[in-house]
Design a binder for this molecule. Structure first.
Ligand SMILES: [Zn+2]
Length: 596
């Protein structure tokens, strides 16, 4: 029965001293002695009831022990739980459904003596069984039922009983003992049988294995025998052939030789031939028989290993399923979002799948492809979710365009072939007004059409001159602004933790090329546009940087749309370009240049 069923019952009973008194009186004397003796204080109180490990007055000892146990919960628990543990048969009663049969069993002592039944009556928490206990206990009423009359202590019911009842009880007990011994014997027999069966099964398996080994061996032997007989038969056949040839040759000789002699010789040869034929026939019969046996053995072996093969097939199928399941989870569609440089100098890219999953992709993996940011691609992952490879989904639609970068307001365009393509990514200022190669991607989902990567066509000429300092004019050019508030700009550098120092001439010194150092600022600073309005121009002065709005653009201060005309557009056509490495630039470049 479940722990939580008994827990509240035991919690109540461990405080019930009348009940505990019954229990203590129903506990074996040596148990009581073993609890009293090690406890000095308790032993001092109880010593008078114990003599040489024998209890002189059990009810009195029980009273004394419980008086002491009022301040010792653990002793009370020991008394209660020892009884519960040692009276498993009695404790079984509350777990059984109440029937007339079970009632008569309880009465007959099947679940223990009347003393135990009295304890049970207090212990059993089921409400519906109270009348049953009352009926059963009433049958014990010949005995002065102290528990029922609320007496403070308990006397062994048997002791107070008449001699006849005692005899009856002991007869019942003896019967019970016999019954139990019989049950134990049956149980032992059963377990012996199970053990035997188990051993028999193991033997069977061993025998089966031995049979399989035997089959294999017999198969081998049969193979060898067949081979030997085949060889023998071949030998006999060749001997037969030889003899036949000889007999044919003997024919012409016989013309000259005496006839009788020849015919004698022929007869002998014929006889030998016949004998050899018979031998060959016998051998062939044997071979056929052995072949038959061999195939029977092979069939038997196949049947024996059928289970193994089924198992192997299932394992393989499982492996395939696992593989295909892994394969399905190993691809993501999405695009490269942005890149960041790790402290150790490696560049990592952030991949965003269409479903919104984010994966970090190592820069070296991206470098192996021609992918640009925002280009839709497939990311292949291994089972641990690490990026393995990237494959463009737009390789058919993307175009490589060569031309010149042109600024128009704060927008950049790639001019090529008298067409202009909007540049959708931040690029280095040094690329403006130089020949470049751009990657154009079509409009797709949220992404507008435009140039998504710009590379200089002669990259080595750009890195030639590193400038670690810049004056405000150069900074203005870099950011393509008309207005620069130097103090605000310095604040900005502080905010972004860009190392710098102001030199005597008012220019700024940096730790590396100023274009490289200042480039990341674009990501963090908003450059407002302003109109001709004097008020707007004053407000623009307070910004770190600002640029005038061009035609069609909105002033960020007053919101009016500017009517200023666009600055003249430069044409790439007619400019001379030195080509470094045709392979690097690609066929597209040649195609475009051929138009100029
Ligand atoms: Zn304005």
């Amino acid at each position: 029965m479940a722990e939580d069923f008994w827990a509240p019952v035991f919690a109540r009973l461990v405080e019930d001293y009348e009940f505990l008194d019954m229990v203590t009186n129903d506990t074996a004397e040596n148990d009581l002695v073993s609890w009293v003796k090690p406890n000095r204080a308790l032993f001092a109180r109880c010593a008078r009831f114990i003599k040489k490990n024998r209890v002189l007055d059990k009810p009195a000892l029980a009273r004394e022990m419980l008086a002491y146990a009022r301040n010792d919960t653990s002793l009370r628990k020991v008394i209660l739980f020892t009884w519960v543990e040692k009276n498993a048969l009695t404790m079984e009663f509350p777990t059984l459904a109440v029937t007339e049969e079970i009632e008569s069993q309880l009465q007959s002592g099947r679940f223990g003596s009347p003393a135990k039944v009295r304890i049970l009556a207090k212990l059993d928490p089921r409400d519906g069984v109270k009348p049953l206990y009352e009926r059963v206990l009433a049958t014990f009423s010949a005995v002065p039922a102290l528990a029922d009359s609320g007496a403070p202590h308990f006397v062994d019911t048997l002791a107070g009983n008449s001699g006849a009842d005692r005899d009856e009880a002991s007869t019942k007990l003896a019967q019970r003992v016999v019954e139990l011994e019989k049950l134990l014997e049956e149980f032992k027999t059963d377990s012996r049988q199970f053990k035997k069966q188990l051993e028999a099964r193991q033997e069977e398996i061993k025998a089966q294995n031995r049979r399989i080994e035997d089959y294999s061996r017999q198969l081998k032997d049969a193979d060898a025998a067949v081979q030997t007989l085949k060889n023998e038969s071949a030998g006999l056949l060749s001997r037969l052939k030889f003899l036949e040839q000889q007999s044919v040759q003997a024919q012409p000789v016989s013309e000259k030789a005496p006839r009788a002699d020849v015919s004698e010789q022929l007869a002998a040869m014929s006889e030998e031939i016949a004998a050899l034929r018979r031998a060959v026939d016998n051998r062939e019969t044997t071979i056929r028989r052995l072949e038959g046996e061999k195939s029977a053995l092979a069939a038997q072996q196949v049947a024996d290993s059928e289970k193994d093969r089924q198992l192997a097939a299932m394992r393989q199928r499982l492996a395939e399923l696992e593989l295909s399941a892994a394969g399905a989870a190993s691809r993501l569609a999405g695009h490269l979002l942005s890149s960041r440089r790790e402290p150790d100098g490696r560049r990592n890219w952030l991949f965003l799948s269409i479903s919104g999953r984010v994966v970090f992709v190592d820069g070296s993996l991206v470098n192996r492809t021609a992918l640009v940011s925002d280009e839709f691609c497939l990311l292949y992952l291994d089972s641990a979710g690490r990026a393995l490879a990237l494959e463009s989904l737009e390789s058919d639609a993307r175009r490589e365009i060569c031309g010149c970068i042109e600024a128009s307001g704060d927008e950049l365009f790639l001019l090529a072939d008298s067409q202009s393509f909007r540049v959708q990514v931040e690029i280095a200022a040094s690329l403006v007004e130089t020949p470049v190669r751009g990657i154009w991607l079509p409009e797709f989902a949220e992404r507008p059409a435009g140039i998504y990567r710009v590379e200089a066509l002669a990259p080595h000429s750009l890195s030639a001159n590193v400038q670690k300092s810049a004056d405000s004019k150069q900074i203005k050019t870099l950011f393509r602004v008309s207005h620069l508030n130097f103090d605000r700009f310095l604040e900005l550098l502080e905010q972004q933790a860009i190392w710098h120092s102001v030199r005597a001439d008012g220019s700024l010194a940096f730790s590396a090329d100023y274009r490289e150092v200042l480039e990341p600022l674009r990501m963090h600073v908003r450059i407002p546009r302003f109109c001709d309005n004097a008020d707007c121009q004053t407000r623009a002065q307070a910004e770190a940087m600002a640029r005038p709005s061009v035609q069609g653009q909105r002033c960020d201060f007053c919101g009016s749309i500017s009517a200023v005309t666009v600055t003249e557009k430069k044409q790439f056509a007619g400019q001379r370009v030195l080509i470094f490495g045709g392979d690097y630039v690609g066929s597209e470049y040649e195609r475009v240049l051929s138009g100029h």
